[in-house]
Design a protein around this ligand. Structure first.
Ligand code: R5P
Length: 264
């Protein structure tokens, strides 16, 4: 790993504890104005001080994030299918590495669709992106996307998808939590961050997901809807931070959600 690449990655996965709380707000690239992310700036701004990294598209960076804000950017650079299509796997690289550098991104993110109709293209895209990333010192985050097939989220499938991502050279991988998640972690030689997925019934459910992910060996979370669709979104991201960075249990962290102004 070159110095620049390592330096960029360490802005996201903190070298002090090798963990991260990334905030995912890139949903609009295929979902359009997702519930509670209709006006991106309004949702994102209060949460930024608590995020170690912001997963986002170039359009929302330009229009909705103050360039003086120091939160590292993980730039979503793949896309090409909307939720209106049955097959979400038909993606290409839609944002160049030059653009990522201009936006001072700390990493770029691309989805792979293992087992889906466009598996091949998505994996070849990953390989190509890693080649350019290595050349210029930009870490690549591979996202093991399942499209609409949420039931694919089991240890057998996710181990396969994460391992393939790592074999193609991804510097870190974003995936889903599942039962026996430690098996997914064990067979993936690069750090894993866990997506929250669709909003769970309670905040405690989402915090437990974060806690179990960390206990199983994840480097952190890249969570979206379970943070910004929560009634107290700032309290929720602070609670997630407590679980990821401060060894709090999900139940202990819940105090942030209940008492948003409580100091710690
Ligand atoms: C999906 O591919 C998007 O890239 C999101 O970043 C991802 O799903 C994480 O957000 P959430 O926690 O809402 O699932």
């Amino acid at each position: 790993m070159t110095w620049g690449l390592q330096n960029r990655l360490s802005r996201i996965i903190r070298p002090t504890d090798h963990r991260t709380v990334m905030l995912a707000v890139d949903h609009g690239y295929f979902l359009g104005p997702t519930h509670k992310l209709e006006v991106p700036r309004k949702t994102i701004e209060p949460l930024l001080p608590y995020a170690d990294g912001l997963m986002i598209t170039r359009g929302v960076v330009r229009t909705s994030i103050d360039p003086t804000f120091p939160t590292p950017i993980v730039l979503r650079v793949s896309g090409g299918a909307s939720v209106l299509k049955e097959d979400l796997s038909h993606e290409e690289v839609t944002t160049s590495m030059d653009e990522a550098v201009r936006l001072n991104a700390s990493a770029v993110a691309l989805s792979i669709f293992v087992g889906a109709p466009h598996e091949h293209e998505s994996l070849v895209n990953l390989g190509g992106l890693v080649d350019i990333g290595e050349e210029i010192g930009m870490p690549v985050l591979a996202v093991t996307a399942v499209g609409k097939e949420l039931e694919k989220r089991d240890a057998r499938y996710l181990s396969l998808a994460c391992r393939i991502a790592a074999e193609f050279g991804a510097h870190f991988v974003k995936t889903y939590y599942c039962e026996d998640f430690e098996k997914v972690v064990e067979s993936c030689p690069v750090p894993l961050v866990v997506a929250g997925g669709p909003k769970l019934e309670t905040e405690l459910d989402a915090l437990e997901l974060a806690q179990r992910s960390i206990e199983a060996g994840a480097a952190g979370v890249d969570m979206g809807r379970n943070i910004w669709q929560a009634p107290n979104a700032v309290g929720m991201i602070r609670a997630v931070r407590a679980v990821v960075h401060e060894h709090a249990s999900a139940k202990e962290a819940l105090e942030f959600v209940k008492a948003p102004k409580a100091k710690r």
